[in-house]
Ligand binder design. Structure first.
Ligand code: HEC
Length: 205
């Protein structure tokens, strides 16, 4: 009888713990939301993704600037789109920008050293869709019209694990910290209860 009373009490305690755990705001670390580029991504979205790529993943601001403050190792990127059409005779602005990112060694802007790392390789390590997003951003930045179009071939094949596992992890109630904590407490208490029960039986016999 006592055993069941204790057990009922435990269940109640654990339920309360779990419930309170659910209420506490979550501070779980989630990987940053990956902005997926598709053929349907709008020019404005593409430019926004490109801006973040230039500032964070690309590390472009080590050498360039997009505002008045920044570095002058490379040309001011606010002018890049505007000057792009004039850099190489017979080459369109978009093609020039593409080349200057993927193969910067082919053409060196006069007055600057040849030191820019190709964007498809580390440190930037972009894929082609990301390069195009950056071009969309440079065009927006320069007040030009966004001309880049994402094609299926630009988009890297995503491994299935990447696409599904985080979703399952987020939706599963077992991933909730409160529930996990509750289960750990439940398991701990059950073990304690079993120990007590065994000890009690030994004493009486
Ligand atoms: C190590 C310094 C360095 C880094 C990092 C770098 N660049 Fe450059 N970039 C340069 C230099 C120097 C030039 C000019 C010489 C040349 O054309 O190669 C240049 C040229 C360019 C041009 C051509 C500009 C024009 O006016 O014709 C573009 C566009 C550009 N960079 C974009 C980027 C982007 C986007 C990134 C980030 C992915 C980046 N750069 C990272 C140094 C760098």
């Amino acid at each position: 009888m006592t055993f069941f009373k204790i057990f009922a009490f435990l269940l109640m305690t654990v339920s309360i713990y779990s419930y309170v755990g659910q209420l506490v705001p979550q501070f779980e670390e989630h990987p940053p939301v990956k902005k997926v580029i598709t053929v349907a991504t709008s020019a404005a979205e593409l430019a926004a993704i490109g801006e973040e790529l230039v500032q964070v993943k690309g590390g472009c601001l080590i050498c360039h600037k997009v505002t008045d403050v920044g570095n002058d190792r490379g040309p001011d990127l606010r002018q890049a789109a505007g000057k792009a059409a004039t850099r190489k005779q017979g080459m369109s602005a978009e093609t020039y920008l593409l080349e200057s990112l993927i193969k910067p060694e082919v053409f060196t802007v006069p007055g600057f050293p040849q030191m820019m790392p190709p964007a498809l390789q580390p440190p930037a390590n972009f894929n082609r869709a990301e390069v195009k997003a950056v071009i969309a951003y440079l065009q927006t930045l320069g007040g030009a019209e966004v001309t880049v179009k994402i094609e299926t071939a630009d988009i890297p094949v995503v491994k299935e694990v990447d696409a599904t596992s985080p979703v399952i992890a987020l939706e599963s109630p077992w991933s909730h910290e409160g529930v996990r904590l509750g289960l750990v407490i439940l398991a701990f208490n059950l073990v304690m209860l079993a120990v007590l029960a065994i000890a009690g039986r030994r004493k009486t016999s």
